[in-house]
Design a protein around this ligand. Structure first.
Ligand code: PMP
Ligand code: GLU
Length: 409
């Protein structure tokens, strides 16, 4: 007898990004020579000084619950770190910060708390694969809105006008973008932010890749004064008067190579923050205490954070340059969005479609079969003409992957 499920999960699909990396790991375990360009995580270990803080905390017996929205000192550190680099006028306090088990939970808490049946939520497309699923779990309707391809799909107010209806309650954007690597300039972001404010639409701004950006200003990191500016423009870079109702989504997973620690956070007004915390108090309670201690260290020691992030960002920049150059040389018929941040490259492959291979899923399966190179089909991000490759892997493997793509098909 078929299992009868609640309408809550009627439209739920498992994460495609996680599915591809799981498949790549399984094939490798079976002895296949796999180059995994599907992974959405840095290939670096968490810096040792961050790990040490968690270990010390465990040894000191800090192994019990914390308050649901997080350790007070971590909430304060998140607020301080944001305020240090915010435009003048922002007053961010610990009470607006909710620490979660990964940024994914921050997104879920925000969408579940703000949206419901009958609501439409605009999702900037190409989108990270979990956004529409999370919106659908709240039983709201995701509505996809895409900017022009030649601008790296970044949105303008005109794009948003064309997609909004009287039921629009929210907008989710991500810069630097997963999956495209596109980064909004301050002016571009300002246009979107003002559009949302003027309509009283909740803006959910996913800034989890904020430090992984390849401007020419040099690498920095949290802690303020030391480096030149080196983060992607985010909501708090705009004057507070320009920003309407909002939730900033962030965390330590990507910028500190801490994906497995599961620490993210939402930053919003204190009234909504207390609802987010109330919801979390009935679902997962607090994020893991040792992980919170590690995140606290990451956000407190600005000097070491800048050095660690700087090192990772220069590796990502070098690999971005390498992949872009090799693709242009060896596969010039495949265009891609110019990656300016994060560690993804979004490549257009529909020029290779034919009678047998007519969509991104089949293209990726075929390439995996023939060359052992794993990538994520663009359909998982809302654009079936594209595939996403992650260059969070060694230079040698990237060279080899592109060689195989050019020679072994
Ligand atoms: N937002 C984006 C854009 C991401 O790529 C990810 C990666 N999983 C997340 C949120 C979730 O991050 P976390 O691992 O901290 O839950
Ligand atoms: N965000 C990463 C990705 O896009 C990790 C996997 C996931 O959480 O979906 O691949």
């Amino acid at each position: 007898m078929p299992v009868e499920l609640s309408p809550n999960v009627q439209r739920l699909r498992p994460s495609a990004t996680i599915a591809v990396s799981t498949l790549a790991k399984r094939l490798r375990a079976e002895g296949r020579d796999i180059i995994d360009l599907s992974a959405g995580e840095p290939d670096f270990p968490t810096p040792e000084w961050i790990c040490d803080a968690a270990v010390a905390g465990i040894r000191e017996g800090r192994t019990g619950y914390t308050p649901a929205p997080g350790l007070p000192e971590l909430r304060a550190a998140v607020a301080r770190e944001l305020e240090d680099r915010a435009a003048p006028g922002w007053e961010l306090g610990a009470e607006g910060v909710v620490v979660t088990s990964g940024a994914k939970q921050a997104l879920f808490n925000a969408c579940f708390t703000l949206f419901g049946p009958g609501d439409e939520v605009l999702v900037a497309s190409p989108y990270w694969t979990s956004y529409p699923q999370i919106v659908a779990l709240a039983r709201a309707e995701p509505v996809f809105v895409s900017g022009a391809e030649e601008r790296g799909f970044r949105l303008t107010a005109a794009d948003l006008d064309a997609a909004a209806t009287e039921r629009t309650r929210g907008l989710i954007i991500c810069s630097p973008s997963n999956p495209t690597g596109a980064v909004y300039s301050r002016d571009e972001l300002g246009e979107v932010v003002r559009w949302a404010r003027e309509r009283g639409i909740w803006l959910i701004s996913d800034e989890i890749y904020r430090w992984i950006v390849f401007g020419d200003e040099g690498d920095g990191g949290p802690g303020g004064s030391g480096g030149s500016r080196s983060w992607a423009p985010g909501l708090m870079d705009l004057p507070p008067a320009e920003v309407g109702p909002h939730v900033v989504i962030d965390g330590v997973s990507k910028c500190f190579a801490m994906t497995g620690w599961r620490i993210g956070y939402a930053v919003t007004d204190p009234e909504l923050a207390s609802k987010l915390a109330a919801m979390q108090s009935h679902t997962t309670s607090n994020a893991a205490t040792p992980s919170q201690l590690a995140a606290l260290e990451a956000l407190t020691d600005g000097r070491r954070a800048r050095a660690a992030i700087g090192e990772m960002v220069s590796a990502f920049r070098r690999r971005r340059d390498l992949v872009a150059a090799r693709l242009r040389e060896r596969l010039p018929h495949l265009s891609f969005v110019e990656p300016e941040g994060a560690f993804y490259l979004f490549m257009r492959v529909d020029g290779e479609f034919d009678d047998e291979v007519g969509d991104s899923q089949t293209w990726c399966s075929r390439v995996l079969e023939e060359t052992g190179v794993a990538m994520v089909p663009g359909v998982a991000f809302g654009d079936d003409r594209y595939v996403r490759l992650s260059y969070a892997t060694s230079d040698e493997l990237l060279e080899e992957a592109i060689r195989r793509l050019a020679e072994e098909r």
